[in-house]
Design a protein around this ligand. Structure first.
Ligand code: C2E
Ligand code: MG
Ligand code: MG
Ligand code: MG
Length: 291
């Protein structure tokens, strides 16, 4: 494609040709320098983990957190996952980064528990690469042993596309994880292509409703219908439902009255550094209770 672009640029004149190659070199260089930096980002302590609370309205408290990766790039500032996870996936760097994050988040969670915070379920996003790794289950076992985290505190988030690729093999793997006592969620549910006939045999605990269905839930009847159907479907399969991207009281009320078990979103908290999370959980401001 780069060749085609260059060819087209060449046809349309020498100056354009130079312009295109310059622009392409710039972006290739940028990518290369990001890649080089990303290699050492963890050891340079540039990778940090933010935690976003997940609240149970019924219990009136934070019951879990989702670990979300950030890269504090020395020149480009705090980068969200969309700016570097795709590169990490392409280069395979996501595998060591993923293990680093698992180890760090598990020991952070165990630390919170020792500090006397109520037990918090820890949600971790898995990449396809990491889940596919031959030694994934053993490495995970090692990390749990090392950090002494109770496996039932861990909640691994998989997307439909990860699960549906080699679904039979994956169900096997998922079953092993469930046997270890680990929880499994389907992230961004409704945006992928999992078939209902597989859904009934997936050894999972939770469906997470993608934020695109939550965003217009109070104004768009179709989004409302979809969100309600996911809640009903989940409950009839004995699964819990977590809604993502809850930003307003109206969305919260609608989801609450529809039986959604847990919620996560800016209405409650943005993803925050661990020190802030401790304060939020300790204060447990149940502002939503009085709503
Ligand atoms: P996700 O797992 O679906 O995470 C939820 C995303 O929604 C997060 O974006 C979070 O900041 C954002 N969010 C939460 N509440 C709200 C809200 O009320 N409004 C809006 N507009 N957004 C909200 P983030 O942190 O940028 O992460 C994006 C994606 O990157 C994640 O989507 C996940 O797929 C991926 N990701 C993040 N951390 C990791 C990681 O450690 N490993 C892997 N493999 N992927 C990760
Ligand atoms: Mg997630
Ligand atoms: Mg995701
Ligand atoms: Mg999601």
């Amino acid at each position: 494609n780069a060749d085609q672009a260059m060819f087209r640029a060449k046809e349309s004149g020498r100056n354009n040709y130079q312009l295109y190659t310059h622009a392409m070199n710039q972006s290739a260089l940028h990518r290369l320098s990001l890649e080089n930096r990303l290699c050492k980002a963890a050891e340079n302590e540039e990778l940090i983990i933010y935690y976003q609370p997940q609240v149970s309205l019924e219990l009136g408290r934070v019951v879990g957190v989702e670990a979300l990766l950030r890269w504090r790039h020395p020149e480009e500032g705090l980068l969200p996952p969309s700016k570097f996870i795709p590169l990490a996936e392409e280069t395979g760097l996501i595998v060591p980064i993923g293990y680093w994050l698992l180890r760090k988040a598990c020991s952070q969670n165990q630390e919170w528990f020792k500090m006397g915070l109520p037990p918090l379920r820890l949600g971790i996003n898995l990449s396809a690469h990491q889940f596919k790794q031959q030694g994934f289950i053993n490495s995970l076992r090692d990390i749990l042993a090392e950090t002494e985290l109770d496996p039932s505190s861990l909640d691994l988030e998989l997307t439909e596309s990860i699960v549906m690729e080699d679904v039979d093999e994956n169900i096997d793997k998922m079953r092993q994880l469930r046997d270890m006592g680990i929880n499994l969620s389907i992230d961004d549910f409704g945006t992928g292509y999992s078939s209902l006939s597989y859904l009934k045999c997936l050894p999972i605990n939770v469906l997470k409703i993608h934020q695109s269905f939550v965003r217009d839930i109070t104004t768009n009847p179709n989004d409302f219908a979809i969100a309600m159907s996911i809640i009903t479907l989940a409950h009839s399969l004995n699964l819990k439902v977590i809604a993502e991207g809850v930003e307003t009281m109206e969305q919260m009320e609608l989801l609450r009255s529809s039986g959604c078990d847990e919620m996560q979103g800016y209405l409650f908290n943005k993803p925050i550094p661990p020190e802030e999370l401790e304060i939020v959980v300790n204060n447990n401001n149940c502002f939503w209770e009085s709503a």
